[in-house]
Design a protein around this ligand. Sequence first.
Ligand SMILES: [Zn+2]
Length: 464
Amino acid sequence: MSSWEAQLKASIDPVVQRSKTVDAVVVGSGVLQQDAPLLTSHFGATTAVLVADDRSFEAAGRQVDAALASADIAVTRQVYPAEPRLKASVENTAAIVEAVRRTGGLPVAVGSGVINDLTKHAAFQLGQPFFCVATAASMDGYASAGAPLSDRGFKHTIPCAPPRVMLADLDVLGKAPAEMSGWGYGDMAGKLPAGADWIVADALGIEAIDDVAWPLVQDNLRDWLSAPAAVAAGDPRAMGFLFAGLVLSGLAMEFHGSSRPASGADHQIAHLWEMEDVAFRGVPVSHGACVALGTLTVVSLYDWLQAQDLSGIDARAVVGNRASLAEEEAEIQRRFGAGTIAQRSVVETRAKHPSDAVLLARIDHIKAVWPALRDRLAEFLMPMDELRAMLDQAGVVTDPLQVGISRAHHRDSVLAARFIRRRYTILDLLNDLGLLDSAVESCFGTDGVWSPTDRPMRQTADGL
Ligand SMILES: [Zn+2]
């Protein structure tokens, strides 16, 4: 084991030991051959249901299948076509549930996002643990205690246990399509604005930073993001740290009991696009790409906010002019229509809408802490240009126009995102200060960072 592999193990093992749901995370070059022994030692399994799609079966499934067979473990295959892209839906878990019921085999997910989520939910329905062989460092959902699936058309995260054992062979991850590693990098970059949002909520006394979850995500984040070109090239070391970061983010959410450690306004914007089924040329835009774009958007708002002097804000005037709860609910109906998203948004918005007295006190508090808070944010965040260059190097999209999201749509999403979750973020801070419209106007105006004529597209639609 090389020194960096030992370092990787040292960062993962103590955290996994504290997890109530995950027993082992094995990351390294050539570790795929440990699949059969892990299956026997952690599950005592003698039969398995191998879940994959055509592509992940070629990437690792065939090897897993052969290794299990040679260890006298009977394997049933549930291999989905890779095209058209498999949907993360409750309906698609039925075949896995049926195969497990029929054979009594241990579910073994060989794949990334959708394969892992489908298997996770199938195992949960059966009240069983499962084993995951990762094939790409493409998202932070491997270790998360939930599966984002659509159920008869409505997408939500269904609580269910993560895999008991995860195996990530860096030779396999390194051969995944570069764009998939870029998605994982984009999801990881989202931990920057997510951290900034938590700093804000903490400074305002709304949601305290948790000493257990915060360091798991934030202490090594700069390291995990430090080699975007190596991630794009599939370098094993870069893949190892990226995968570790994604898994540790998942475990931080488990320890904290919510996704606050890993998700803020960046994910709210991404979730909106995912619920709208944003697709480019018929292919759904991945979670990681949506998060990368949400991340840059939120960082651009932080750049704007940090340049503001808040001392002149008249708190009474802001409270006098702000939208009432009834007006906010009317805005929700206008933006989302009458469906489930609107209904949920009303509940979430009611949960965080402050009374006049609370808002008045909050604005005075923000003004008092702003100089120190601004310094902390400046130290913690990086400017949007710097982050955009890193995401570019990692090969992930950096402008919503590249995936067919127009400026008007993008702008609407920024204004709508705060309604879908009660979690306090920069969008709420700006709204509380009466500055949300000015911030959006500035960023999306003719001289703004999201001006349609701001800069030439690096990648044309044809280049994707
Ligand atoms: Zn995510």
